[in-house]
Design a protein around this ligand. Structure first.
Ligand code: S3P
Length: 169
């Protein structure tokens, strides 16, 4: 049984899955890091040099691989929800939880970072709202979700634990 965290950029997936993995002794896996290792370049360079479509293909094949593993915490990129096959694989591999946050909170968390090519624009808040709007139907399809806007990492981890326990009962 795996734990899979999905959700928009800046909702806390990485921090929460690392903390959850540490506390449970499960292995932490970042899909983005695996993509970077496989391609030998950063996510930004993959987008720039090979394009988003190529990035999504690599992302999809790595999702398929990690979905067959056991006892791992999967930190998935914000766009994995766009592909039905990704979600089928992830749902079959464990408990999928969607982390959410208000657009202003997301902006605050991603503001000084340059490693997210989709948000590499002048008006970040407008872009966040635009992408969130276009993806809302995908994020809302996921049954279990946590709004992390006003929570600490510890509080989110506790909520994740309850959701996992609940779905294993
Ligand atoms: C993306 C989110 C990023 C990364 C890539 C594309 C997206 O991951 O996979 O920049 O489409 O939302 P994080 O959600 O971990 O930032």
């Amino acid at each position: 049984m795996n734990l899979v965290l999905v959700g928009f950029m800046g909702t806390g997936k990485t921090e929460v899955s690392k903390e959850f993995a540490e506390r449970t002794g499960m292995r932490y896996l970042s899909i983005d890091k695996m993509i970077e290792e496989r391609e030998g370049m950063s996510i930004s360079d993959i987008f720039k040099e090979k394009g988003e479509e190529y990035f999504r293909e690599v992302e999809k094949s790595i999702i398929k691989e990690v979905s067959s593993m056991e006892g791992v915490v999967i930190d998935a990129g914000g766009g994995v929800v766009l592909d039905d096959e990704n979600m089928e694989n992830l749902n079959n591999s464990g408990v999928v939880i969607c982390l959410k946050a208000r657009p202003e909170v997301i902006l605050d968390r991603v503001d000084n970072k340059t490693d997210r090519p989709l948000l590499n624009v002048k008006d970040k808040l407008a872009k966040i709202n635009e992408i969130l709007d276009s993806r809302r139907i995908y994020y809302d399809k996921i049954e279990k979700s946590i709004d992390t806007s006003d929570l600490t990492i510890d509080e989110v981890v506790e909520q994740v634990k309850s959701l996992v326990k609940y779905s294993l009962n």
